[in-house]
Design a protein around this ligand. Structure first.
Ligand SMILES: [Zn+2]
Length: 277
């Protein structure tokens, strides 16, 4: 899945803000290591995003550690690689660190569908243990998520609109959350309008078709004086009204005749039956 510019927007929103507390910074860095290539090992941040690599380096530096990003050219594209040396601040089991870890993992490799597309947020992970860690974080933050396998790699996936919104907020992407919710409203309204239009189009088609049949019936009966004169006066009046107002809605014919809508509908139905008899 490619989230396109919306993913970039969310990453750009997250990247400049280093967590204030050392444990949360360590958790963010830990999250970034969860998405790397399985072959690269657990103490490496590997990401196609320069902005994420820069964030990893900034975290190392903030804690007085050594770190730099190197460009790695693979067969398909450029990656950035940041080695994470042993030691440094410890990650806590608190929700602060869970949010930071998700944020790091998303920045490194996550993606999210544009707000006007079906809700979908995902983070490909290094291995099953990495996926289990992110799932545990999401569950602790009350965001339902599942693991799907793609090319033998576990992908942490969030799929309902409510869950994608909650995941964006949990990671600290409030701007992304707002844009997502706006898009969701637009999407829901558009779906509702389409449903209404479809229903109204069907109704209109039925109405027009009925009017055409009534007009044909009235014309056919009127062309034959004997049959026309043999009609009950109420049907003859209804037929004359339809011929005088071919496009009129049933309601307005009923008003012309001073009878109820259902009475007019009944007379026109019997008129059509008389013509077909
Ligand atoms: Zn923390």
């Amino acid at each position: 899945m490619r989230g396109g510019s919306f993913t970039d927007t969310v990453v750009a929103e997250l990247a400049p803000h280093l967590p204030l507390l050392p444990h949360c910074r360590a958790a963010l860095l830990n999250g970034m290591t969860l998405t790397g290539d399985p072959a690269a090992g657990p103490d490496v941040v590997e990401t196609p995003r320069a902005v994420a690599a820069r964030c990893a380096v900034a975290i190392l530096h903030a804690d007085g550690r050594v770190g730099h990003a190197s460009r790695v050219r693979t067969a398909r594209r450029v990656h950035y690689r940041v080695d994470v040396p042993d030691g440094g601040p410890a990650v806590t089991p608190g929700n602060c660190c869970r949010r930071s870890r998700l944020r790091g993992a998303f920045m490194a490799l996550g993606s999210v569908n544009r707000p006007d597309r079906p809700p979908h947020l995902e983070i490909p992970t290094r291995d099953a243990a990495a996926a289990a860690q992110l799932i545990a974080d999401l569950v602790a933050l009350e965001v339902p998520a599942v693991v799907r396998m793609r090319r033998a790699r576990p992908v942490v996936t969030v799929r309902s609109a409510a869950a994608v919104g909650a995941a964006l907020s949990s990671m600290g992407a409030q701007g992304g959350r707002l844009a997502f919710e706006e898009g969701r409203v637009v999407r829901d309204v558009r779906a509702a309008v389409n449903r209404t239009l479809n229903a109204e189009t069907a109704n209109l088609r039925r109405t027009v078709y009925a009017a055409v049949r009534q007009l044909e019936a009235a014309d056919r009966l009127a062309a034959d004086t004997r049959r026309w004169d043999a009609l009950p006066p109420a049907l003859r009046a209804a037929g004359a009204l339809r011929r005088a107002h071919p496009d009129a809605a049933l309601e307005s014919l009923a008003v012309h005749a001073g009878i109820s809508r259902s009475a007019m509908a009944g007379r026109l139905r019997r008129l059509v039956e008389a013509a077909d008899a």
